[in-house]
Write a protein that binds this ligand. Sequence first.
Ligand code: UD1
Length: 419
Amino acid sequence: MDAFRLSGNGPLDGAVDISGAKNAVLPMMASALLAEGISEITNAPHLKDMKTMSDLLRVIGCRVFGGKNQLLVDTTGADHLEAPYELVKTMRASFYVLGPLLARFGRARVSLPGGCAWGPRPVDLHLKGFEALGAKVVVTHGYVETTAEKLRGANITFPISSVGATANVLMAATLAEGTTVINNAAVEPEIDATVDYLLSMGAQIEGRGSRTLTITGVEKLQPGKGATIPDRIEAGTFLAAGLISRGRVRVNKVDPQHLEAVLEVFREIGAQVSVGSDWVELDARDSDLQAVSIKAIPYPGFPTDMQAQLMSVLTTVPGISVIQDTIYNDRFMHVSELKRLGAKIELQGDTATIHGGSSLTGAPVMASDLRASAAMVLAGLVASSTTEISRIYHLDRGYENFEQKLQQLGGKIERFVEQ
Ligand code: UD1
């Protein structure tokens, strides 16, 4: 298995281009199933999760091909309306095919995702949404079986903000008969990207960017065409690398608006942050940094997907910082690994208290999930001596050319195959 070796780094200095957002491409790829023909997505990153979704679409009967950063999904042969456990268990977002298959073909059988490394992560809201649209939902032998002769528009209110449930029900509603209103819809930029893609297919959706989406079902959609948005979490991770190394990092090809909450926290810590139309630069070379208290909450708040990386940064900042994750209160697998590098962190329920400022020392550690892996790389960058991080296949799920980009900034990182 691949692993990373890092050795104590000086300040990073340089610029990187940010790739397309994994979490936007995945629902866009699933949306292709809503129409017959060839849908196109540009600015798509090359990631393991894209491969998993492509494999799943192929199982369903699609042809997935394309060029550099271009993905083409030909749904002409789609006739196997099933997502097997082997694929869903490696990537929860496989569940996104359920809404489109149900809406277009009237039935679908998709494996339940099961738990993940940091908690149960249910799909009950997706299923309640489909039931509200008139589908029959049966859970049997670990699979969700849904049927509906024709979905019918409904008024759906989600009790909490869910990206996945919003996208899945939104996709299904585009082909339902009549009008669907989704109240308390998630407003993450990846939802806007999905809405834009569905609009390119001829869907009728109002309320983009708001908590209320109104979808007027149409009889048929045409293949989609559009680019994905920049990956705000990848951008935030590289800026965090600049901060932890007390360096200067510029991220290009980003949408700074999507990063506002993250930039606000970096500024509060004491970094200089400059923003252009499609770039952000963070400079922490001569900054006095201070501890902060933050809560991970739904967009436009600080994202849970940046929580682990921020924690690594805060272990190096003198004072007591506090991070609460209100979205996934078990998402703290990185804490015990950071402690192996000498970090002082107390964990109580959904809140971590970080006694920052002590220097980190290299050690062998393990990547436990995608963002925790990035957090370990950041910590390894500034730990004295060598840090080896195993199981980086987690990181490969969501970061394109990660070590090359880090090397471009001056990071001392190499990939090797663990014996
Ligand atoms: C998406 C992102 C993930 C990010 C998360 C929160 C993708 C592929 N993944 O995950 O990177 O960390 O948003 O921003 O886009 N919930 C339920 N029932 C449901 C669905 C969700 O209780 O049916 C809960 C979850 O347990 C969680 C909260 O709702 O506490 C938000 O989860 P959700 O926004 O749905 O996350 P995902 O879409 O799975």
